[in-house]
Design a protein around this ligand. Structure first.
Ligand SMILES: *[C@@H]1O[C@H](CO)[C@@H](O)[C@H](O)[C@H]1NC(C)=O
Ligand SMILES: *[C@@H]1O[C@H](CO)[C@@H](O)[C@H](O)[C@H]1NC(C)=O
Ligand SMILES: *[C@@H]1O[C@H](CO)[C@@H](O)[C@H](O)[C@H]1NC(C)=O
Ligand SMILES: *[C@@H]1O[C@H](CO)[C@@H](O)[C@H](O)[C@H]1NC(C)=O
Ligand SMILES: *[C@@H]1O[C@H](CO)[C@@H](O)[C@H](O)[C@H]1NC(C)=O
Ligand SMILES: *[C@@H]1O[C@H](CO)[C@@H](O)[C@H](O)[C@H]1NC(C)=O
Ligand SMILES: *[C@@H]1O[C@H](CO)[C@@H](O)[C@H](O)[C@H]1NC(C)=O
Ligand SMILES: *[C@@H]1O[C@H](CO)[C@@H](O)[C@H](O)[C@H]1NC(C)=O
Ligand SMILES: *[C@@H]1O[C@H](CO)[C@@H](O)[C@H](O)[C@H]1NC(C)=O
Ligand SMILES: *[C@@H]1O[C@H](CO)[C@@H](O)[C@H](O)[C@H]1NC(C)=O
Ligand SMILES: [Zn+2]
Length: 369
């Protein structure tokens, strides 16, 4: 009891100390410093597990088991040994199904290359429910077309949580501990706009992180929700299903804000808008999809831009919320003209976010966690 009390006091006192979190934002890809490019993801060491299979005992397999546990492929946490056991073999097979790889149960090169790709921190399998290929009856690595009909692969969280009916206007706010510029706000506005165009949902920037439906924050490492970030590459961001509204991004990434990420020579360069569009899908209730071209596919390589909703994403979100009554039902790709526009115009001055908002978000988080 005393322990809990002092832990509470400690967390309260931490909340009162303004503690700015600086993330790496780049409006020009040429300014990403070499040290960010030179730092390798923790997952790179999985490369040396390539070629191994069931029955072997290999140094480092215990770390791979933790990886598979994190993304929902292994339930049992009691036995993280270096043995390539049946649980690991089954996890590898499920992973291979979900990522359209040959189902061999072995750590072949293609599989390992997929494992080490930067990705979203949200699990592929939640409470035993597989949202991807492995959870569908007709799981094949073939095309998404069957007799000319698009076979949908989109999926939801267990129970299909969504924002309640009658709550179609959602507000979002940024963690006041982050130094968010107008350019960064515009990136998020554009990302929300892509979902807004194909649904009855509308999004508006709010000055109050405490009252907003969706709170966006960049964090380093452990940030209090039991899902610590892992530094450069690895997991990039995660978001919670409705109606949580928590949207967290790894402050350690090299976030490219406005420039063309594909022109970067840094292997660390990650396109902010691409990741934002994906995480907003989670905030609205979508799970991961096995369709490689879809926004809800879990992985994205560095120096890649993917911001256009795929028909799989559109079908998924319209199942939850219906089409946009104002017109575009998503059957045609959104016009690219708006991509270069001002980003929705919902911009406000960061000076409006005062200390009271900061305290409020602190208490909000304390209540939630
Ligand atoms: C980015 O920086 C480089 C070098 O400083 C410069 O040559 C280039 O014009 C800049 N690009 C943009 C889009 O500002
Ligand atoms: C692979 O890398 C990990 C982490 O660097 C290390 O612990 C393990 O011993 C390596 N395994 C092999 C087979 O080299
Ligand atoms: C843990 O792994 C070992 C070796 O693979 C196996 O013999 C044992 O039964 C496992 N224990 C549990 C609880 O799964
Ligand atoms: C799957 O197996 C086929 C035939 O062995 C091979 O041609 C193909 O490259 C493999 N694909 C992957 C992703 O491993
Ligand atoms: C594994 O695949 C990567 C990329 O697909 C390739 O660069 C590498 O040479 C391959 N390694 C082996 C041992 O085949
Ligand atoms: C994990 O547990 C869930 C039930 O909580 C079960 O449905 C699922 O099959 C289990 N997965 C594995 C790989 O054992
Ligand atoms: C699975 O595929 C077969 C044809 O390969 C089709 O007849 C069947 O309806 C499909 N089942 C589902 C659930 O999509
Ligand atoms: C998973 O199951 C646990 C226990 O049954 C439950 O508390 C939790 O809400 C479930 N999570 C999701 C995302 O459904
Ligand atoms: C980043 O690292 C890669 C591989 O080490 C190298 O080819 C590339 O030139 C580096 N880019 C920068 C901007 O340092
Ligand atoms: C969207 O509109 C087009 C043309 O108006 C129609 O053919 C199509 O069926 C609609 N799609 C949906 C998902 O409502
Ligand atoms: Zn995700």
């Amino acid at each position: 009891m005393r322990l809990i009390y002092s832990a509470l006091l400690l967390s309260l006192s931490l909340l009162y100390i303004p503690n700015p979190i600086s993330a790496h934002f780049f409006t020009n890809v040429t300014s990403i410093p070499p040290w960010l490019n030179a730092t390798r993801s923790n997952w790179e060491s999985f490369q040396n597990l390539s070629g191994h299979h069931a029955g072997e005992r290999v140094d480092g397999l215990n770390r791979l088991k933790k990886y598979f546990h994190y993304f929902g492929y292994i339930n049992d946490t009691s036995n993280f040994t270096d043995d390539f056991d049946d649980a690991l073999k089954s996890a590898v097979e499920t992973f291979q199904k979900n990522f359209n790889l040959n189902v061999t149960g072995r750590l072949d090169n293609h599989t390992v290359q997929q494992i080490i790709k930067p990705r979203c921190g949200v699990a592929d399998i939640v409470n035993g429910t597989s949202a991807m290929n492995s959870g569908k009856t007709n799981a094949t690595s073939s095309s998404t077309h069957f007799h000319g009909i698009v076979v949908s692969r989109y999926a939801f969280f267990p129970g299909e949580p969504r924002w309640p009916e009658g709550h179609r206007h959602l507000t979002f706010a940024f963690n006041p501990e982050n130094d968010i510029t107008d350019e960064i706000r515009a990136v998020f506005s554009r990302a929300f706009d892509r979902w807004s165009r194909v649904t009855p949902l509308t999004f508006e920037l709010s000055t109050s992180p405490y009252l907003a439906d969706i709170t966006i924050g960049f964090f380093n490492g452990d940030h209090g929700d039991g899902e610590p970030f892992d530094g450069i590459l690895g997991t990039l961001a995660h978001a919670f299903s409705p109606p949580s509204g928590r949207f967290h991004l790894d402050a350690a990434e090299s976030w490219v804000v406005d420039d063309d990420v594909t022109m970067s020579t840094s292997l660390a360069a990650i396109d902010l808008e691409s990741v934002a569009v994906h995480e907003i899908g989670h905030l609205l209730g979508l799970g991961h999809s096995s369709v490689v071209e879809s926004i809800m596919y879990p992985a994205i390589t560095s120096r890649t831009r993917k911001v256009e909703l795929h028909s799989d994403d559109v079908m998924g979100i319209q199942y939850l919320y219906g089409t946009n009554p104002a017109g575009n039902n998503g059957s045609s790709p959104p016009s690219s003209g708006r991509e270069t526009s001002d980003g929705g115009g919902a911009l406000i001055s960061s000076s409006l976010l005062g200390i009271s908002a900061f305290l409020a978000v602190g208490f909000g988080f304390l209540l939630i966690f």
